[in-house]
Ligand binder design. Structure first.
Ligand code: AMP
Ligand code: MN
Ligand code: MN
Length: 330
């Protein structure tokens, strides 16, 4: 694995950077991208953020979020890029179509916290003990020069950390996570305002969709698995968009005695996206791997092709087999 010394050297010796993250961008992806973008600017470098998709509205409160580009902008000339920095992407497929733009660029810095990371970069920094890439970027900034940290950067990193830890509730939280969050709070950020932006700006259509989704809630006989389903019809009927699905699976996870929760949903391009969450020791990253997906031990996903009902049946019967074998039903 590369170290901060090597990464810092590449940052110092080059001038034009492209920063990217994964499809279905989340708070860790965008928070880490913007924090690194501000650092590069402070180091007098040219930096551009490019993701496959448009920034979810949820994150429009972040500083300079209007400067984040997406593929259809057509704003990038690969000839003008020296270095690509991929954040929070366990493999190239997760980067999405953006990869096509820079696949011929030699220097790719891969910074991630997924255990399953495929080390696709020319430099790879993967720390699976970090709660979020935000935590790693914080440490990188401290390594380069702790005076670089300011309120804008702190806001972005705090957002990365709270979204990837479910507001400090998941098992990826360590004493270091709290230490970093505490230090970020010294930089005039207001954690409650960030939380308000993330959690208290639901839309009417988003809550209606949540209501529809909850009507589909099912549990297995022992009550240790719960699952929800969201169809295109439900999105159309409630006038909600795909971004508003974010967070709905977490409600299914709150059920008492539930160890594993699942969300099945139809995507715009006729695929079935399956999200998994685990409250205990069941490793959903490993389980999602059976369907060519991945993620973390407690939060993972996969993308399947086929009919919704058949995929549900396949995934659930595979899961029931596993939990029986592991003794969850006793
Ligand atoms: P989600 O269910 O989309 O919120 O994703 C939960 C976690 O699983 C995140 O860390 C994602 O990076 C990861 N993940 C989701 N879908 C996939 C996939 N198809 N392949 C690999 N990792 C995924
Ligand atoms: Mn992510
Ligand atoms: Mn992450």
């Amino acid at each position: 694995m590369s170290n901060f010394d090597e990464i810092t050297k590449v940052l110092q010796e080059n001038n034009n950077f492209l920063i990217t993250s994964h499809i279905n961008l989340d708070g860790d992806g965008i928070g880490s991208e913007l924090a690194l973008y501000f650092i590069l600017k402070k180091l007098h470098k040219k930096a551009i953020i490019l993701n496959q998709n448009r920034l979810p509205k949820l994150y429009d409160f972040l500083p300079d979020s209007d400067k984040v580009h997406y593929l259809e902008d057509n704003c990038i000339n690969p000839k003008n890029i020296d270095v690509v920095i991929a954040l929070d992407c366990s493999n190239i497929k997760r980067i999405g179509k953006t990869y096509e733009i820079f696949k011929n660029i030699k220097t790719i810095i891969n910074i991630d916290h997924h255990k399953s990371n495929e080390n696709y970069g020319s430099l790879n920094y993967v720390d699976s003990s970090a709660s979020s890439v935000g935590e790693i970027i914080y440490e990188l900034i401290n390594f380069i020069d702790s005076d670089l940290l300011d309120d804008k950067i702190s806001t972005c990193l705090f957002t990365a950390i709270i979204t990837d830890t479910g507001s400090f509730r998941y098992s990826n939280v360590s004493s270091k996570t709290f230490e970093i969050a505490s230090h970020l709070t010294c930089h005039r950020i207001k954690p409650h305002l960030i939380a308000n932006n993330i959690y208290n700006r639901n839309t009417y259509s988003g809550l209606k969709l949540l209501g529809e989704a909850l009507l589909t809630l099912e549990i297995n006989e022992s009550g240790c698995v719960s699952w929800l389903t969201i169809t295109r019809k439900m999105l159309n009927d409630t006038n909600a968009n795909d971004e508003e699905i974010e967070g709905i699976i977490d409600i299914a996870t709150t059920l008492n005695n539930v160890e594993i929760s699942i969300l099945f949903r139809e995507t715009k391009d006729n695929k079935i996206k399956v999200s998994f969450r685990s409250k205990g020791n069941f490793d959903v990253n490993k389980f999602a791997g059976k369907f060519k997906g991945g993620g973390h031990p407690n939060a993972a996903g996969c993308l399947c092709s086929g009919k919704l009902d058949e995929i549900k049946e396949n995934v659930l019967s595979e899961l029931f087999g596993d939990i029986k074998y592991l003794g969850y039903e006793n």
